[in-house]
Design a binder for this molecule. Structure first.
Ligand SMILES: Cc1cc2nc3c(=O)[nH]c(=O)nc-3n(C[C@H](O)[C@H](O)[C@H](O)COP(=O)(O)OP(=O)(O)OC[C@H]3O[C@@H](n4cnc5c(N)ncnc54)[C@H](O)[C@@H]3O)c2cc1C
Length: 407
């Protein structure tokens, strides 16, 4: 740190914390990242055991441009740090009635597949995907690339354009209602309803605007990073370190120290129990917002609307090393439940998992054979779950395990 350099502490080395640390370093701050875990990445981390490697959380890589952007901002070539390729097949869908649908990334090919297997006219799919792209273009700059917490963003050209075209966003209908009037085949409605789960929403409640999500896959593309999802974390840590960011792992922040609105530093505890205080001109929290207000800023009145928002759904994941290989399976697979509406009612109303849940199966060894021993597969098996409301999780996990194995 030079004499006049401002200092920043980032609490958490998740993907957002890493991106923030890189941006702060590029703005000239001397940056320290405090991470509670012994490893960086947060949800974007990995597990290795007995010759099997699993990406612990995210498995689908969309919008790689936002990762590349960080390297470009630093004047680096992203390809010197990490590689990825576009997937021609997005996902394989298995329905209860025996139908197997291949979601090809190329919209025309996918539309032909749906017409052939479901009898749904190809033009319905193409029209729907065009609308998805349009919704994305109308909302991307306003919601994704800018903060809704800054007044000036409400007066931008993009917001004005979004408002003029507001009727195209289907904001006053549910995603399910929009999908139901867009398609004849209920299985296709179920297919597009599933995109609500990408941000932990319920398609029977979330607005039709969320139909922007299919565009991320069919329009912008789904990708696979060489070496697995964890390479995103690894490459960003390398970039951050190249920019002088310092990481202190195994350090849990316990309080953001402030005098009124002015931040002064962070009190944290090391894994050996020792407590320290570090001064900083700027503090960024990558911890969940509710945790940040409740635990790190106990003396500050939390904005009630922010901390009382309904919570998204959660997930139960099994990491299974399987001593066999299954040619009928792809990198991403979905085994749909028979009654999707009942499944969501169970998750969001009864806060329990339906006895017949939809199962997502990711096998990274399909793209990266080194992730499993020869002739074997690394199964990441995920079932959407209600958010934590004090359920008996052991009982819930045992029930899910039985349902998954039965299927
Ligand atoms: C099972 C699952 C599957 C997913 N699949 C996908 C997918 O396929 N594609 C996709 O794009 N997204 C997916 N997501 C979402 C994606 O993983 C998250 O949006 C993203 O990883 C969140 O990153 P983050 O940095 O905001 O938070 P996190 O990854 O949660 O990082 C927060 C970090 O802060 C640290 N921390 C917290 N409190 C403290 C403290 N007091 N002191 C110090 N450190 C602290 C934590 O240890 C953690 O490292 C998935 C999420 C899950 C859970």
């Amino acid at each position: 740190m030079t004499k006049n350099q401002s200092s920043a502490i980032v609490i958490g080395a998740g993907i957002a914390g890493l991106a923030a640390s890189i941006r702060l370093a590029l703005k000239g701050f001397s940056v320290l990242v405090l991470e509670a875990n012994a490893y960086p990445g947060g949800k974007l981390s990995e597990i290795e055991e007995k010759g099997y490697r699993f990406d612990a959380g995210p498995s689908l890589f969309t919008m790689p441009q936002y990762v590349d952007e960080l390297f470009a901002l630093a004047g680096k070539n992203p390809r010197d740090y990490f590689h990825y390729h576009r997937l021609p097949l997005l996902c394989k869908y298995f329905y209860e009635d025996g139908l197997v649908l291949e979601a090809h990334a190329e919209p025309e090919k996918f539309a032909r597949e749906v017409e052939e297997k479901m009898g749904e006219p190809a033009e319905n799919i193409l029209r729907f995907l065009t609308k998805s792209a349009e919704k994305y273009q109308l909302t991307n700059e306003v919601f994704l690339e800018n903060s809704l917490h800054r007044l000036q963003n409400y007066f931008s050209k993009a917001t004005g354009w979004g408002l003029i075209n507001f009727h195209k966003l289907d904001a006053f209908e549910t995603m399910h209602a929009v999908n139901q009037r867009s398609f004849r085949d209920p299985r296709l409605v179920q297919f597009f309803n599933r995109y609500a789960t990408y941000n932990g929403s319920n398609p029977y409640q979330t607005p039709g605007t969320m139909n922007i999500i299919p565009h991320l896959e069919f329009g912008i593309g789904a990708y696979f990073p060489k070496g697995g999802m964890y390479q995103i974390t690894q490459s960003l840590v390398r970039l951050a370190q190249d920019l002088g960011v310092v990481f202190q792992l195994g350090c849990r922040a316990e309080e953001i120290i402030h005098q009124g609105p002015k931040v002064e530093g962070v009190r944290y505890r090391q894994s050996d129990g020792q407590e320290n205080i570090l001064r900083a001109d700027c503090v960024v929290s990558n911890m969940d917002i509710v945790g940040t207000y409740r635990h790190l800023l106990p003396r500050l009145k939390a904005p009630r609307r922010l901390v009382s928002q309904p919570k998204s759904s959660s997930a139960i994941i099994f990491y299974w090393g399987v001593r066999q290989s299954f040619p009928a399976l792809a990198l991403h697979n979905i085994f749909f439940s028979q009654d999707y509406q009942a499944e969501f009612a169970s998750m969001f109303e009864s806060q329990w998992i339906h006895p017949d849940p939809t199962v997502y199966l990711n096998i990274s060894a399909k793209e990266a054979p080194e992730d499993a021993p020869p002739g074997c597969e690394n199964w990441f098996v995920m079932v959407n779950a209600p958010n934590n409301a004090g359920q008996d999780w052991d009982k819930l996990i045992a029930q899910v395990r039985r349902s998954v194995l039965k299927n």
